[in-house]
Design a protein around this ligand. Structure first.
Ligand code: PRE
Length: 370
């Protein structure tokens, strides 16, 4: 219970002590930020100082003085994205790297072998953020990343919706009729099924789309093509034989951005919150848990359940029918509200009445661009 409260309190509203003006102001320390230097000085604000300054001319243009920091200054803006290192699973030219560049156009990308390594890179301060795919509009959820979310104590600080256009790439001069096989990430091959079936060549799975492009280019394979992005074609010097070969022309992958610290929830733009919880067994318990959002007009955008690995089966004694076995689940929910809003805070306090475990995974701005 104590742990539950701490988790929720961490997301209650933020206040900045000392920012309210009172009628009888006490001396305050003003800290002026000037580049990397900060100048501290104690000044008396109010009537007394005004009298003291009467008839005195200021030598400085007061409008040029630095302004106090506001909440808006404290969140990451595109301007400081050049300093940000972003880890992702894959090779240069993969879609995950495209997602990182969409969120932080000037960032330094850090390729990793596995999803787990991308998380660890942030935990070990080798990167500031990690970008990982969580679901695809045609292929569904990427369950591995739902499971990894809980094993690491990183926070979700953003989402990226990336339109994924698959292309058929081959070495310069290679024609479609010469192809005997096509290499790519299993999801890219599966989502381009109609085109590849017509092509009628063997399919080979590779870790990510860009490493398939690298493999074909570095080995000079003239009987093979890859399914990858236009950027992968540029990086590895391949030709684009066909564009937009995916079955669904509006194929989108949603990526999540993870960081060591949460960001400050705001209400001046659309925010989403992601949570995970477990429930007691009982009739209509999931219905009751979901009702805490419906009652407050909070829209749910995603619900996912995953087996609870440490306790996958629950045995219930029932004198009439003998021992029954139930699966235990973790429920992941994304809802459209910021944790700075009382209705979201109240919904989670209400949810705690049914939940045996509850964690806020992150509260972050919604990606409304495509
Ligand atoms: O292989 C890549 O390029 C990736 O970024 C990985 C990945 C995925 O894991 O689903 C991302 C988007 C595409 O749908 C295909 C593959």
């Amino acid at each position: 219970m104590a742990l539950k409260c701490v988790a929720l309190l961490g997301w209650s509203h933020y206040e900045f002590p000392g920012w309210n003006q009172s009628s009888n102001p006490a001396p305050v320390t003003v800290r002026w930020f000037s580049g990397h230097r900060s100048i501290s000085s104690s000044v008396q604000v109010g009537k007394a100082s005004a009298t003291h300054n009467q008839g005195r001319k200021f030598h400085k243009d007061l409008t040029s003085l630095p302004k106090p920091l506001t909440v808006a200054d404290l969140s990451v803006t595109p301007d400081d994205s050049s300093k940000v290192r972003i880890s992702f699973k894959g090779t240069l030219g993969s879609y995950a790297e495209d997602a990182a560049l969409k969120a932080y156009p000037k960032c330094k990308t850090v390729p990793c072998d596995e999803f787990e390594d991308a998380f660890k890179a942030v935990e070990l301060w080798l990167a500031e953020k990690a970008v990982l795919p969580i679901e695809n509009s045609s292929g569904g959820s990427i369950h591995r990343n739902y499971d990894l979310l809980l094993r690491h104590r990183l926070h979700i600080v953003g989402e990226v919706q990336l339109p994924v256009n698959f292309c058929l790439l081959a070495l310069p001069g290679v024609r479609m009729e010469q192809l005997k096989r096509v290499l790519s990430h299993p999801q890219a091959l599966a989502l381009s099924d109609i085109f590849l079936s017509k092509l009628g060549v063997a399919r080979e799975n590779v870790d990510d789309t860009a490493s398939a492009a690298q493999y074909v280019a570095s080995n000079g394979l003239r009987d093979a093509a890859v399914v990858a992005s236009i950027r992968a074609a540029q990086v590895y010097g391949l030709n684009v034989l066909a564009e937009k070969i995916q079955d669904d022309p509006d194929n989108i992958t949603r990526f999540l951005v993870f960081a060591r610290d949460p960001i400050i929830s705001r209400t001046d733009k659309p925010f989403k919150t992601s949570i995970v919880f477990t429930l007691e067994e009982g009739p209509g318990i999931l219905f009751k848990a979901l009702a805490v959002f419906a009652l407050r007009d909070i829209n749910l955008t995603k619900i996912e359940s995953r087996p609870q690995r440490k306790r996958p089966l629950r045995v219930v004694d029932d004198s009439n029918t003998g021992a029954a076995k139930y699966f235990d689940y973790l429920f992941y929910i994304d809802f459209e509200a910021s944790m700075a809003e009382p209705r979201a805070q109240n919904a989670l306090v209400h949810l705690q009445e049914f939940a045996t475990f509850l964690r806020v995974l992150g509260c972050y701005p919604m990606d409304t661009t495509l």
